[in-house]
Design a protein around this ligand. Structure first.
Ligand SMILES: [Zn+2]
Length: 155
């Protein structure tokens, strides 16, 4: 299964490759990032980027540019924006999972869990104390009744 097929029911919309808005005379190229921070993220870049042109955008921003420049119209706008936002959310979710696995956000999470378990232990101790007190009171009353019974019998 390709990663894009799980993002959206209707699948990947057609994303145009436009002439660079910087008037470089060349088409924008589609690339897939392989950096540690953004693995699999799609971006669009002018071949002249870094050479006097600064056209470089992640897919979602590129779709927004297409919409703004009216390369996408009508229902295609809704489809492409919805799809690119779903895709971005999915990619960001994966990034978060990866960071969580790497232990970057381990601190607050485990602390919260520890507090919760401490609270649970506290509740169990309170429950145990209540049982002990209850049993103690019951024993005292039985002793008292026994003493009173003996008292009356001796009478
Ligand atoms: Zn350019």
């Amino acid at each position: 299964m390709s990663p894009s097929s799980s993002f959206h029911g209707r699948g990947r919309p057609f994303i145009h490759l436009i002439d660079c808005p910087g008037a470089c005379g060349s088409f924008v190229m589609k690339h897939v990032s392989s950096t540690e921070d953004h693995p699999g993220w799609v971006y669009y870049r002018c071949p002249g980027h870094g050479n006097g042109c600064n056209f470089w955008h992640w897919e979602r921003e590129y779709v927004a540019i297409l919409v703004k420049k009216k390369f996408l119209t009508g229902a295609n706008v809704v489809d492409a924006i919805g799809w690119s936002e779903d895709t971005r959310e999915e990619l960001e979710r994966r990034n978060e999972q990866r960071r969580a696995r790497a232990g970057f956000i381990r601190g607050p999470c485990s602390e919260e869990r520890m507090n919760a378990s401490l609270l649970q232990v506290g509740r169990q101790i309170v429950l145990l104390l209540k049982i002990v007190v209850g049993v103690g009171v019951l024993l005292c009353m039985m002793c008292l009744m026994l003493v009173m019974k003996l008292w009356y019998c001796n009478d």
